[in-house]
Ligand binder design. Structure first.
Ligand SMILES: Cc1cc2nc3c(=O)[nH]c(=O)nc-3n(C[C@H](O)[C@H](O)[C@H](O)COP(=O)(O)OP(=O)(O)OC[C@H]3O[C@@H](n4cnc5c(N)ncnc54)[C@H](O)[C@@H]3O)c2cc1C
Length: 369
């Protein structure tokens, strides 16, 4: 019986377990500190006035009930790759035959004076709770969001109805990952919803209650930094080979060492010279791919094709009921109500997929301890 440890129960971790569950000759251990699988792409929605963070968490007790997956509620703090052991935050160890590392990523925060002392980030449900505790849902309260990528745009759009929102982007357009026309659409929509969009200026300093940009200064009540992601810090302290950005160096199967794999945000996937964006969609597919690869390694089967994800689309929520993005492999642009509806459908499809993989009744419980 092979002992397979999955480190992190997010999109990639559950994708891996979905594959491993079909393999009878494995003991599967999930090491994950949280009590619920966090539906992270839904968190901006949870920040809205009617939003509840608990509605975007699926309890592992519900998901894993009756399965042969053992859930250890701990953080991994380090690895001993020679002896095939992971260290936990209670100083205990867990031995593995195969390790799939899926702990996600952390927000980056550059050393801008004053920023770290006061700014929120939004990377998990804990962050969302802290932000929600400060929101007053009153137009008098100004929320400054720094970063006009996916997270910043979604948060600004979601809060626009009940707050005075400023969105700051250093580049000269929002959502640089989308085409120019879609970026322009997002800009027009957010502006019409009352968001003050400031582009082409970098944040220089935070001097509460002011943010100081290259040219302009603004007062704020709540400050949210939405400026990108980086691999978790503890990964840097491990013996894994890392690239210059701190990502484990993996081959095209996600394999870092003979018995160690990565998936999700921790796997910096490059296909034909192009970096594949770190999204939940890619994480879930990569997790499943790596789970199947581990099974094939155990069975000494011939390796299948390397990882080449085909993105089904990219959809971003804007203000109330609106969205923007593209769908299908050719990249058909979608805007407005239809984009938002497609995004909501994709959220429901993911929940449905989880209930099928883990053989749990639909709808999955939405309550949480
Ligand atoms: C605000 C926001 C909006 C987003 N919107 C979208 C979107 O619309 N569409 C999309 O496709 N993507 C979106 N993304 C990106 C997407 O959420 C991530 O790419 C995806 O969650 C990555 O999956 P993962 O499994 O690698 O990590 P995660 O889903 O973050 O899961 C990592 C898990 O590992 C656990 N963990 C962390 N450290 C440890 C440790 N040391 N030991 C054990 N366990 C650990 C965590 O508790 C967590 O459960 C969004 C991200 C954010 C922040």
């Amino acid at each position: 019986m092979q002992k397979i440890v999955v480190a992190g129960g997010g999109y990639a971790g559950l994708g891996a377990i979905g594959a491993l569950k079909r393999f009878p000759n494995a003991e599967i251990i999930l090491i994950e500190p949280g009590s619920g699988h966090q539906l992270i792409p839904e968190l901006p929605e949870a920040l809205g006035k009617q939003g509840s963070i608990d509605n975007h968490l699926v309890p592992y007790d519900t998901l894993l009930a009756g399965s042969r997956v053992e859930h250890i509620r701990r953080y991994i703090t380090n690895l001993d790759v020679k002896n095939q052991v992971v260290y936990l935050d209670n100083d205990e160890t867990v031995r593995y035959d195969w390790l799939i590392l899926t702990p996600g990523s952390e927000p980056t925060m550059p050393p801008i004076p004053g920023l770290r002392d006061v700014a929120h980030t939004l990377r998990d449900a804990g962050d969302a709770r802290k932000i929600k505790n400060e929101l007053q849902y009153a137009k008098e309260q100004r929320v400054a969001v720094i970063g006009g990528g996916l997270t910043g745009v979604e948060v600004a759009g979601m809060l626009a109805e009940d707050h005075d929102v400023i969105l700051v982007e250093a580049f000269d357009r929002l959502l640089p990952a989308l085409g120019f026309g879609l970026s322009q659409y997002a800009y027009r929509r957010l502006s019409a919803a009352g968001v003050t969009v400031v582009m082409g200026q970098k944040l220089q300093r935070v001097n509460p209650p002011r943010i100081e940009l290259e040219k302009d200064h603004y007062e704020y009540g709540v400050l949210i930094w939405a400026g990108g992601i980086t691999p978790p810090k503890w990964i840097q302290a491990t013996e894994l080979p890392l690239d210059s950005s701190g990502y484990p160096i993996a081959d095209a199967y996600g394999q870092v060492l003979p018995h160690v794999f990565v998936a999700g945000d921790l796997w910096h996937v490059v296909v034909d010279g192009q970096t594949i964006p770190a999204t939940a969609q890619v994480a879930a597919i990569a997790g499943n791919f790596v789970g199947n690869t581990v099974i094939s390694r155990i069975d000494s089967g011939t390796p299948g094709p390397t990882f080449r994800p085909r993105l089904r689309g990219m959809l971003i929520s804007l203000d109330e009921g609106q969205g923007v993005g593209w769908v299908l492999h050719g990249g058909i642009p979608v805007r407005g109500f239809s984009a938002r509806t497609l995004k909501n459908i994709s959220f429901q499809q993911y929940r449905l997929k989880l209930s099928k993989i883990f053989d749990r009744p639909w709808p999955l419980l939405e309550t949480h301890d």
